[in-house]
Design a protein around this ligand. Structure first.
Ligand code: HEC
Length: 187
């Protein structure tokens, strides 16, 4: 079953990207970018002014809220996931995990392009994913040698954290934009 899904994913995602450019796909790309910018806009000043421990608190409180705020007016659900998560709420479902594994392979082949995928499910719901690649500024909280006091602050809030040990260029995770099945009206 796993192999079938992997093969189908590989076969269909480039096709869907090439042949079915939809408004939702464009919108999904924008929503992912919006989430990325909104998170950066709170995280980076907090890091600069107050350091990583304070920034972890900011991220903990605000990341889910920011995602919810961006999701609401769009009709889609915008979130983040990863193969190794910090926040357990961000665990991928089986299909998202397949796509993350595909991104991992694609990124290894071509590190210059952040892979993306666009899926339409049998029930008409749709999902966009875009790889999130480790950057130098992420190392303080997701890198190999996270400072012990920072690690402690992470583990206090996320006792099951799996999201350290990444190097720049690694697949850190993905943005996910999920759309409900379209109603038969003109949207
Ligand atoms: C100040 C520490 C800090 C920095 C710097 C940081 N993160 Fe995170 N990251 C966190 C925390 C805390 C969470 C959990 C947020 C939550 O509760 O939703 C998180 C969650 C994530 C997630 C969601 C998946 C998961 O593991 O739960 C991704 C993806 C992610 N970070 C990527 C990045 C990237 C890429 C960068 C650099 C551009 C970065 N982070 C920089 C602290 C940080």
């Amino acid at each position: 079953m796993k192999t079938i899904i992997a093969v189908l994913t590989l076969l269909f995602s480039p096709l869907l990207l090439a042949e079915q450019p939809t408004d939702r796909l464009d919108q999904s790309r924008q929503l992912a970018l919006e989430l990325q910018k909104a998170l950066g806009a709170v995280l980076m000043p907090a890091m600069k002014n107050d350091g990583p421990i304070a920034a972890i608190a900011v991220c903990h409180e605000q990341a889910p809220e920011i995602a919810a705020r961006i999701s609401l007016p769009s009709g889609a659900t915008v979130s983040r996931t990863a193969l190794r998560v910090r926040n357990q709420q961000n665990q991928p479902n089986a299909q998202q995990q397949q796509i993350l594994e595909q991104f991992l392979a694609q990124l290894q082949q071509d590190p210059t392009v952040a892979p993306e995928s666009w899926q339409t499910h049998a029930d008409g719901s749709q999902q966009y994913m875009k790889a999130i690649v480790m950057q130098p500024q992420c190392r303080a909280c997701h890198g190999h040698s996270v400072k012990p006091e920072v690690l402690k602050a992470i583990q206090q809030r996320y006792p099951d954290d799996q999201a350290t040990g990444f190097i720049v260029g690694d697949l850190r995770g993905a943005f996910v934009v999920s759309w409900p099945a379209q109603s038969s009206s003109n949207d």
